[in-house]
Design a binder for this molecule. Structure first.
Ligand code: GRF
Length: 227
């Protein structure tokens, strides 16, 4: 993997997807409009024919499918995937709707340079069906969290969290689309901090501009009072 960034050089990103790639699109746009001093070296999907691959192709970004079903084990798939990612020598690896549980060996290879966005207010609701779970619990807010990836599923240190209200009669789909709008803002923001050399993970803690970030990371967005 590449050395740490100082903010002067253009960062190389590799983005992993499994689906629609709206978060990928926010990175494509952020590179194009220079919000991010970065280029996407490759987009890798574990599923063929997904919209995210089309988005990459439209932006002339190399895009590759590596289908997990062609491997005998999770370990073999992750090994091949890690080797492929390393061939692009990225500074930062971005999980953008990549729907695979990663092995500890994979995570170790990219530790401190691997980030994810999860559609809940972590540490609440790791795993799947986050919006429905928040509605079922009667929560009055939901959101998304960008965090460094560690071997624990959705358990790495949070960097930035967007909070949105849950409104009465919200379905999981409506809530998901409200949250997604904020995802597109907070995810490139975290990458920008990283690319500027301002954000690191040290001993399992996220540090921005020398300050340790707390359990939820930085909080951005509305509160339940603004319903
Ligand atoms: C997002 O909700 C993200 O939080 C989750 O998967 C979804 C991906 O959406 N990890 P997209 O493919 O980026 O549109």
């Amino acid at each position: 993997m590449s050395q740490s960034l100082t903010g002067k050089e253009k960062a190389r990103l590799v983005v992993l997807i499994s689906g629609g790639g709206s978060n990928l699109q926010s990175f494509i746009d952020a590179c194009e409009n220079k919000f991010l001093n970065a280029e996407i070296a490759a987009v890798i999907s574990n599923k063929a024919n997904v919209k995210g691959l089309e988005r990459a192709a439209n932006a002339n970004i190399p895009n590759i499918v590596i289908d997990h079903r062609g491997f005998d084990s999770r370990e073999e798939f992750d090994e091949e995937l890690a080797t492929l990612i390393e061939s692009f020598n990225p500074h930062l690896v971005i999980l953008a709707g990549f729907m695979r549980i990663l092995t500890a060996d994979f995570v170790a290879r990219f530790l401190g340079k691997l980030i994810n966005i999860h559609p809940s207010l972590l540490p609440a609701y790791p795993g799947l069906h986050t919006h429905q779970r928040a509605i079922d619990a009667g929560d009055n807010e939901a959101g998304a969290t960008v965090h460094f990836v560690t071997p624990e599923l959705d358990g790495g240190p949070s960097v930035l969290q967007a909070r949105v209200p849950i409104k009465s009669n919200d379905s999981a789909e409506i809530l998901a689309s409200r949250v997604l709008t904020y995802e597109h803002q907070i995810y490139p923001q975290v990458a920008q901090w990283f690319c500027q050399g301002r954000l690191i993970m040290k001993e399992g803690i996220a540090i921005l501009d020398g300050e340790f970030l707390g359990e939820n990371g930085i909080i951005f967005g509305t509160t339940s009072e603004q319903k």
